[in-house]
Design a protein around this ligand. Structure first.
Ligand code: UMA
Ligand code: ADP
Length: 437
C-alpha cells in the first residue's frame, strides 16, 4: 500500500481498528479525537502513534481515515478537503483487501436482525462466515479471518466515505427519516443509502418501500403481499400464511418467533439472500424458527404481577417504535409505554397515527425530549414526566395491568443520558429485575 501518512480521526472501535491495521502495514500513523481521554488511551495501547496537532501540515501523503460518528463538518475533515486530501473510512480499506464475496445489508431498521440471521443461515449451511460492520465488529478486524463470505451490516455513514464500495449481494430493507442531523435532508439520506447497490451482482429490495430503487445488479424483491414470479412474499396455503418464493411456500409465519409483521419482512429478506446463495429452504426454516431475537430488540426482560416488561431500547427512531407498538398491540390489550431520550426528528405524525389505534393507557417520558413528547402526545393519551429510568419503571408498575405489557420503546437516541442504547436497555432490565426481586 502506498499510503505513508495516515491520520486516524475518531478513536472508538473503528478508529482503534484502523490504527492497528495501518501500523501493521508499516504506515506512519497520526491520531486525533475530540476527547483527550481517547487519545491518551490510544497512545497507551499503541505507543508508536503520533498525536495530530493543528500546526502539522497536511502533506501530499496524508490520508484521513475518519470514523463513522464524525460528521463532514468536523474542522479536520474540512481542512483535509481544503488541502485536497482524501477522506476515506475503514470500509474503503476493507473492500480493497477483502478476498471473499461481501453480502451487505442496509436500511433504517432491521439491519442487525437480518445480518445476524443471514450469518446463522450461512453457517448452518456449512459456510465459513465473518459477520461485522455497523453491528459491532469493525470490518478491518474481519480481515484476519478467511471466510467463504463476509456478512456486513452497513450504515449510510460507512457507505459515504467508501468510493470503492462493492458487494456481491446488496440488500436494502427499508428507509424512513433518521440521522437527519448528518444529512441535508431525507433525500440526501436516501441517496447515501442507495450507494449500497454500487457494483453489486444481486440487489435484494423491499418492494413495499417506494423510496427504494435498485440501481444495479439482478433485482430480487420481497414484500408482505403475495409474490409474483420468483419474488418473495406471503401466500396462504393449507389455511396458514407462508413466507414464500413465488408460489413455493418456505415456512409458515407462525414459526417465526419474532414479534410483528415488520419482522416477517426482515425474514423474507433473509430468505431472499439465502435462496440466492443456494441454501436449502428447509435449512433456513430451521435456523429462522430457532431464532428468538437480539438483545434490546423487543425482548421480554421480566414478568412481574402478570405484566410483561419489554425492552426495545434499540427502537431509537419513530419508524422502529411504530413497528413495535403495532406488533405488540395485537398481543396485549393494555400497554404502558416508556419513551424519550434525544429526539432525532420533529415529525411525530407517524407515531401519533399508530398510538391512537394502540391499547396504550399511559405514556411515561424522560430525557431531553420529554417536554416535546409530552406536548405531542398529551392530546391523545395520559402523559407523565419522570426524571429517569428508575422513576419510569416505578410509575409503570403502578399503572400496569395483569396480562398487559410495559414497553420501553424510546423512539429517540440514548446519548443524552447513556453512552449507547445497550446501556439504556441494560438499566431498564436491571430496574425491572430489582422491582420483582
Ligand atoms: N469523535 C470525535 N469527534 C466527533 C465524533 C466522534 O472525536 O465529532 C470520537 C469520539 O470521541 C469517540 C469516537 O470518535 O472516541 C467514536 O467514533 P464513532 O462514533 O464512529 O464510534 P465507533 O466506536 O467507531 O463505532 C462505529 C459505529 N458508530 C457510529 O456509526 C456512530 C458503530 O455503530 C459500529 O458498530 C462500529 O463503528 C463498528 O463498525 C453504532 C451506531 O450507532 C452501533 N451506528 C449508527 C446506527 O446504527 O444508527 C449508524
Ligand atoms: P438496526 O440494526 O437497523 O437498528 P435492529 O434489527 O437492531 O435494526 O432493530 C432495531 C429496531 O427496529 C427494533 O426496535 C425493531 O423492533 C425495529 N425494527 C426491526 N425491523 C424493522 C422493520 N423492518 N421496520 C421497522 N422497524 C423495524
Amino acid at each position: 500500500m502506498s499510503i505513508q501518512q495516515t491520520l486516524v480521526l475518531g478513536l472508538g472501535r473503528t478508529g482503534l481498528s484502523v490504527v492497528a491495521y495501518a501500523l501493521a502495514r508499516g504506515q506512519t500513523v497520526y491520531i486525533y479525537d475530540d476527547d483527550r481521554r481517547s487519545i491518551q488511551a490510544c497512545c497507551e495501547r499503541y505507543p508508536q502513534v503520533m498525536v495530530w496537532s493543528e500546526s502539522l501540515p497536511m502533506t501530499p501523503a496524508t490520508v484521513v481515515v475518519a470514523s463513522p460518528g464524525v460528521a463532514d463538518q468536523h474542522p479536520l475533515i474540512q481542512r483535509a478537503r481544503a488541502a485536497e486530501r482524501p477522506v476515506i473510512n475503514d470500509m474503503e480499506w476493507f473492500v480493497r483487501a477483502a478476498a471473499a464475496p461481501i453480502i451487505a445489508i442496509t436500511g433504517t431498521n432491521g439491519k442487525s436482525t437480518v445480518t445476524t440471521l443471514v450469518g446463522q443461515c450461512l453457517q448452518a449451511a456449512g459456510w465459513q462466515v465473518a459477520v461485522g460492520g455497523n453491528i459491532g465488529t469493525p470490518v478491518l478486524e474481519l480481515l484476519s479471518m478467511t471466510p467463504d463470505y463476509y456478512v456486513l451490516e452497513v450504515s449510510s455513514f460507512q457507505l459515504d466515505r467508501c468510493p470503492s464500495w462493492r458487494a456481491h449481494i446488496a440488500c436494502f430493507l427499508n428507509i424512513t427519516p433518521d440521522h437527519l442531523d448528518r444529512y441535508q435532508d431525507f433525500e440526501a439520506y436516501v441517496k447515501s443509502k442507495h450507494r449500497i447497490f454500487q457494483h453489486c451482482q444481486y440487489a435484494v429490495i423491499n418492494r413495499d418501500d417506494p423510496a427504494i430503487t435498485a440501481t444495479a445488479g439482478q433485482v430480487i424483491d420481497f414484500g408482505l403481499s403475495a409474490p409474483a414470479g420468483q419474488s418473495f412474499g406471503i401466500c396462504t396455503s393449507t389455511d396458514r400464511y407462508w413466507l414464500s418464493r413465488g408460489p413455493v411456500p418456505i415456512m409458515p409465519v407462525d414459526e417465526v418467533k419474532l414479534l410483528g409483521d415488520h419482522q416477517w419482512a426482515n425474514i423474507l429478506a433473509v430468505l431472499a439472500i439465502g435462496d440466492t446463495l443456494g441454501i436449502a429452504h428447509q435449512s433456513m426454516r430451521q435456523t429462522i424458527g430457532a431464532f428468538t431475537g437480539l438483545a434490546h430488540r423487543c425482548q421480554r426482560v421480566g414478568h412481574y404481577r402478570g405484566v410483561d416488561w419489554i425492552n426495545d431500547s434499540k427502537a431509537t427512531n419513530v419508524a422502529a417504535a411504530c413497528a413495535t407498538i403495532t406488533g405488540l398491540s395485537r398481543q396485549y390489550s393494555s400497554i404502558i409505554w416508556i419513551a424519550g431520550g434525544q429526539a432525532k426528528t420533529d415529525d411525530w405524525a407517524p407515531l401519533i397515527e399508530i398510538v391512537v389505534h394502540a391499547p396504550i393507557e399511559h405514556l411515561l417520558v424522560f430525557g431531553q425530549a420529554a417536554e416535546v413528547l409530552a406536548n405531542v402526545f398529551r392530546p391523545y393519551l395520559p402523559v407523565h414526566r419522570v426524571e429517569d429510568m428508575s422513576q419510569a419503571v416505578e410509575q409503570a408498575a403502578v399503572f400496569a395491568r395483569p396480562a398487559g405489557a410495559v414497553l420501553l420503546a424510546p423512539a429517540c437516541a440514548s446519548f443524552d443520558m447513556y453512552c449507547n442504547f445497550e446501556k439504556r436497555g441494560e438499566q431498564f432490565a436491571q430496574v425491572v429485575e430489582a422491582l420483582s426481586s
